[in-house]
Every structure is written in structure tokens, then in C-alpha cells.
Design a protein around this ligand. Structure first.
Ligand code: SF4
Length: 231
């Protein structure tokens, strides 16, 4: 299915394309070029000074806004500035600090468990491989991608959060909902050296223009490339 056929199908059905369009590999480079031009300042919104802080912030960001995480983390890092300090933390004290991020008991378990694993197995350092990161409590592929890409400059994969997942479907780049399957669809059609930045670009676009439930297609630089465009 081409982008034009997908647009016709959307008009017919009143819905969004349910599958990846056949010309996704051809459209992907132009999508990237336009997003790069539109958001030259795209970057990781989670404030951090090193890999340990980014790992903690990313664990806290599950089901929570980056803005809320950025309010909580300065307090957390003031109290627990190293993996060793966090590994020894009393759960009730961590819970009190991070409560506003939601799911705070699970997140506290993940944070302390992760810090204990860093101390016990990695000399107090954040490991630099996907396999080692995935072995840490509370760390899934999304978190590992964020840390590898933004703290270590390693484009090991593409971070698929709610914005990236939603925009990838709207743009006809995937038909999947599962983040792993979406990542597998995106990786072959975007250059590897842009994988980390691609996530930031899609997140910026999802926050500013392609807003959930009210996408501003008339202002969108991708409207002629997007099978879900309303213009
Ligand atoms: S704003 Fe509209 S045209 Fe732009 S990516 Fe979203 S759905 Fe497509």
C-alpha cells in the first residue's frame, strides 16, 4: 500500500492506517530530514549529569511525565548521589521522595535493586552493554536504549515510548503496538547513527504538533508524507 492508497483508505474508513505502508522505507529518510530541520534542539528531556542519574531518571519516567521526573530527581540525587548510597537506602525514604511519580513502591524496589546490582556486579558503574543493562532490576529494553544512546553515545536500538509508538503508526511506519516490534520495523529504515536522535525528534513532534487526540496536521511538516494527515 502506498501513502496515497493509505490516505484513501483512511478517508474511506475514517480511521488511521492499520498497517505499515509499502513505501515506508522510501519516506523514512525525508521524514528524518524534515524533523531534523524542524527540531534542531531535540534532546533527551530527562535531566541528568551522568549515566547513573539517567538510569534512575528513566526508571522513574515509566507512566510519568519527564517534567515530573525532573522535579523529583534533584531531591533524590542530593540524598543518594552514588550507586553505593542508593544501594543502602531505606525503601520508605526513597518512596517518600519519588511518591509523586506514581507506582512508587515498584520504582523504589527497582531503584534500590538496580543500585545494589551495580555495586555487587559492576564495580558501582553503569554497564555499557545491552545484555548487562537488561540484567539489572527494573531495566527493560526501552530504559537500556535511553542509557546507551544518551549517556554512552551508543545507538544500540531505538527508544520506543508512547509518542514514538503513536507517531510510528500514524506515519504508516509500523502496524504494531508492541514496542519491540515497532523498534524492529523502524531500525532497518532509519540510519543507525540517528536512532537515538530519531526518538527525541518524534517525541518533540508528538508534544508540539502531532498531539494525541488533536494532531495539528495543517501545521505539520510531514503532512504530505503522512497517510494519517487530515489535510
Ligand atoms: S500531525 Fe497529522 S500529518 Fe503530522 S504526523 Fe500527525 S497525523 Fe500525520
Amino acid at each position: 500500500m502506498t501513502v496515497k492508497q493509505a490516505a484513501a483508505e483512511r478517508r474511506r474508513t475514517g480511521g488511521y492506517p492499520a498497517r505499515r505502508t509499502r513505501d515506508a522505507p522510501e519516506r523514512a529518510p525525508e521524514i528524518l530530514t524534515r524533523l531534523l530541520a524542524a527540531y534542531p534542539d531535540a534532546h533527551c528531556a530527562l535531566e541528568h549529569r551522568d549515566a547513573f542519574e539517567l538510569l534512575c531518571a528513566t526508571i522513574l519516567s515509566a507512566q510519568c511525565t519527564d517534567a515530573r521526573v525532573n522535579i523529583v530527581t534533584p531531591v533524590l540525587f542530593e540524598r543518594y548521589s552514588t550507586p553505593e548510597a542508593l544501594a543502602r537506602a531505606k525503601p520508605s525514604e526513597v518512596e517518600a521522595i519519588i511518591q509523586s511519580t506514581g507506582f512508587f513502591r515498584n520504582k523504589t524496589r527497582s531503584l534500590i535493586g538496580m543500585a545494589q546490582a551495580l555495586v555487587a556486579d559492576h564495580g558501582g558503574q553503569v554497564p555499557r552493554t545491552m545484555e548487562e543493562l537488561l540484567s539489572l532490576p527494573g531495566v527493560g529494553r526501552k530504559t537500556a536504549n535511553v542509557v546507551l544512546g544518551n549517556a554512552f553515545g551508543n545507538n544500540a536500538g531505538i527508544t520506543v515510548d508512547t509518542h514514538v509508538a503513536r507517531l510510528s503508526r500514524l506515519l504508516g511506519l509500523t502496524r504494531h503496538s508492541d514496542p519491540i516490534r515497532i523498534e524492529q520495523d523502524l531500525m532497518p529504515i532509519f540510519p543507525r547513527d540517528h536512532w537515538t536522535l530519531l526518538s527525541h525528534l518524534l517525541i518533540f513532534h508528538g508534544r508540539r504538533i502531532c498531539i494525541a487526540r488533536r494532531p495539528r496536521c495543517e501545521e505539520c511538516v510531514l503532512s504530505d508524507l503522512c497517510p494519517s494527515s487530515r489535510v
